[in-house]
Design a protein around this ligand. Structure first.
Ligand code: HNI
Length: 141
């Protein structure tokens, strides 16, 4: 559970992501595909090369969904219900992969926010991503 202060930290930090959804999302995906190549198996229909339009477009969708979650942290299950259905019933992404993307997205934040990505923001963001991933995998069984 995020404390009220942690929620504020995440919400405030999101101002820095605003406007960079596509860049940050594409970078997080590229890091995930490069560092954990098995994640590429879910995207056989994508061009996964650097700067691929498909990856950029998908990255924007993922980060936009995260932004929606940031703004509805108290109702995450409801907010992410459709995405939870999609990942559990249609895509069947093995839940271990969510931690990998979550880690890669945090690396992107650390790289771009630099000194502003404090240990306090790091823990708050980690808890937020864990909450999102829990919702996205809660319908698996
Ligand atoms: Ni995920 C589609 C959000 C983790 C594989 N995913 C989406 C879409 C969003 C999304 C948004 C687009 C839905 C739509 O078009 O209606 N995915 C998220 C979020 C996370 C996440 C917020 C975790 C933080 N997805 C993952 C992971 C994998 C993954 C870890 C696999 C490694 N997602 C997919 C695939 C699709 C997808 C595959 C369909 C892509 C396509 O367009 O064909």
């Amino acid at each position: 559970m995020l404390t009220a202060d942690e929620k504020q930290l995440v919400l405030h930090a999101w101002d820095k992501v605003q406007g960079h959804q596509e860049d940050f999302g594409a970078e997080a995906l590229e890091r995930m595909f490069t560092t954990y190549p098995s994640t590429k198996t879910y995207f056989p229909h994508f061009d996964l090369h650097h700067d691929s339009e498909q990856v950029r477009h998908h990255g924007k969708k993922v980060v936009t969904a995260l932004g929606n979650a940031v703004h509805h942290m108290d109702t995450l299950s409801k907010t992410l219900s459709d995405l939870s259905d999609l990942h559990a019933y249609n895509l069947r992404v093995d839940p271990v992969n969510f931690k990998l993307l979550s880690h890669c997205f945090q690396v992107v934040l650390a790289v771009h926010l630099r000194d502003e990505y404090t240990p306090q923001l790091h823990v708050a963001f980690d808890k937020f991503m864990e909450a999102v991933c829990n919702v996205l995998t809660e319908k698996y069984r």
